[in-house]
Structures are given as C-alpha cells and as structure tokens.
Design a protein. Structure first.
Length: 316
C-alpha cells in the first residue's frame, strides 16, 4: 500500500527551520517523509534527524523514503512523547522541530481508515490504528458528551440536534460506517446548511479530534518540544483549522512575552524575559502556485518561533 501525501508549505518550512548541516532536528509527524526528506538532504554526516509518527503506515513509508540517510532515525511514537524519545537516544537539546498537524492525504484517501465522509467505510479514524475508534465513541458516549465534542471540536451550531439523532439512531442499530454517520448528520441540519457546503465536515473533524486526543497531545507536545530546543533553535508548526492555530498562536505568544507587570507600574519588577522570539508574526500560507497544485494546502498556516539565546527565568 502506497502512502501518498503531498507536504504542504515545504520550502517555507525548511527555510524557516534555518537548518544547520551539523544540527539535530525532529520531524514530529513524519507522514510520507516529505518534510523529513527535505530536512535530511540539508544535513551533513554529523547532522541528525529523528522522524516520529503514531501511524504504522506512515512509519513504513517514511522508513523507506529515508533509508538512504544513515543519520535519520524513524521511530513509531506519538510526538507528545518527544522528551522520552530524546532521552532514550541520549539527546539533550535539538536545533529544530517540525509539527505538521491534522490528518494526512493518505489517511483521508485510504477508505478503510474511515476518516472521510465521501465514501462508505468502517467508522474508524484512529491515527495510531489502535485504541478507541470513532464507532466506539458514537455508540457509547452519552448525548451530552457527543454534543459537547461536536460543538467544541467542530464548532458546529447544530451539535445538539446531531447528538440527539446519533443516540436515536443507535437505539435501532449500531452506527458502524462513515456513511451511516454522514447520513445522520445530513438529516440533522437544515436544508440551507446542506446547500452551502458539506454539513459533515465539522462533525467528522470533531469526532476525529476526540478519538485521537489531538488537542491533549498538541498541548503536551508543544511544551515538551519548546523545552528541548537549544538556544536559537526553532519550532515550526503547520495547522489546518482555527482551533489548532489558536492553540499554537497563544502558546507562541506566551513564550515570546516578556514583562507581565501591571501596566500602571512605573518599571518592571517581575524580571520576566521572553523565552522565544516569533520568526513570523503573521502565519505563512500557501501561494497561488501551491494552491493550484495541492488544494488541501488552502487551510494550512505555518508559525515559527525561535528560542531565546539564554533561557528566561520566569520567576525573575
């Protein structure tokens, strides 16, 4: 099975990492190995690349693509475990880290993975191919839990109606396929909403996020990644929807913030210094050429932060 995934914002990401040939870099979401390959090409024999992914299919694909680079290691782990991985490899700090978030083209296009509402397949959505599936979630969570997930992770204003209809439908028979869930969602929203755009997108996104605990892993992974950066090291994160981007933007803003004294203080007494500096204040987005070649890049946003030369003492 071929793992097809076109890396988004490839040149901008690699340039933004400011790669040193002898540096150590981590690709937290190896996928098909596109970004990893571009990073590895820039490394000398003394440089090092660690490529992580939770998806076994991605590990096989990235391993094959990076086989020509003896200084590249492909490891089957969730990026929220980056600190443990580096400890096991005897690596203290690294010079650059990349996170390419969201679902890959392969996961969307491979019907058996159950991510897409465009085809009928088992309702799965597990990036790791293990643990609780989307079918488990929709058939066991109560109505209030389902509505909360769909509203908070999908920003779906018809979340209560969708949750109610899911619970009603599963009383007759378990919801086991993507088509069953998609039909329930379509029947739960007004006709106008169905005309404007596919009404399934938000609910499928929400359930996928919940199944894979994406925000928990992202929050934990960001903190651990930034902590392991060497001075002047860079963290680059590509997001694909507003909830991800908001979390990354807020975390970056916190790290790049200095004094937190009340504005009416005549001078700073907290002594707080910025832990990092934003490389780009506005997110980098795909240009018209890339948009034409890869429509899935339309929602991609790249943010980059550089760790300060000397670690800031938050307590002064």
């Amino acid at each position: 099975m071929e793992f097809k995934h076109t890396p988004v914002l490839l040149a901008q990401t690699v340039d933004g990492l400011n790669i040193r040939p002898d540096g150590i870099y981590v690709d937290c979401t190896a996928g098909g190995g596109g970004h990893s390959f571009a990073i590895a090409e820039k490394l000398s024999k003394t440089g090092r690349l660690i490529a992580l992914d939770r998806d076994p299919d991605a590990i096989m694909a990235a391993g094959a693509r990076l086989a020509q680079f003896p200084n590249a290691a492909v490891i089957h782990r969730n990026y929220s475990e980056i600190d443990s991985v580096l400890d096991e490899l005897g690596i203290g700090g690294v010079d650059g880290i990349l996170m390419d978030l969201g679902v890959s083209s392969h996961q969307l296009d491979e019907e058996s993975r159950g991510f897409s509402y465009h085809s009928d397949a088992p309702l799965d959505m597990r990036m790791s191919q293990s643990g609780m599936s989307a079918a488990d979630l929709v058939n066991t969570f109560d109505e209030q839990q389902l509505a909360k997930i769909i509203f908070e992770y999908g920003e779906e204003k018809f979340s209560r109606r969708i949750a109610s209809n899911i619970v009603r439908a599963r009383e007759t028979a378990p919801i086991e396929t993507t088509r069953q869930l998609a039909d329930i969602v379509r029947d739960s929203v007004p006709q106008k909403a169905r005309r404007d755009k596919n009404p399934c997108k938000k609910t499928f996104q929400a359930i996928r996020i919940a199944v894979n605990c994406e925000f928990d892993h992202l929050s934990e992974g960001l903190d651990k990644a930034f902590a392991r950066l060497n001075p002047k090291g860079r963290l680059a994160v590509i997001t694909f929807h507003s909830l991800e981007d908001r979390l990354v933007k807020q975390r970056f803003a916190g790290w790049s913030r200095g004094c937190i004294c009340p504005p009416d203080f005549p001078q700073c007494v907290c002594g707080r210094k910025p832990q990092g500096n934003l490389v780009n204040r506005k997110p980098i987005e795909a240009d018209e050429t890339e948009l034409g070649e890869n429509p899935r890049s339309r929602s991609a946003k790249l943010r980059i932060i550089e760790k300060a030369e000397r670690s800031a003492d938050v307590n002064g």
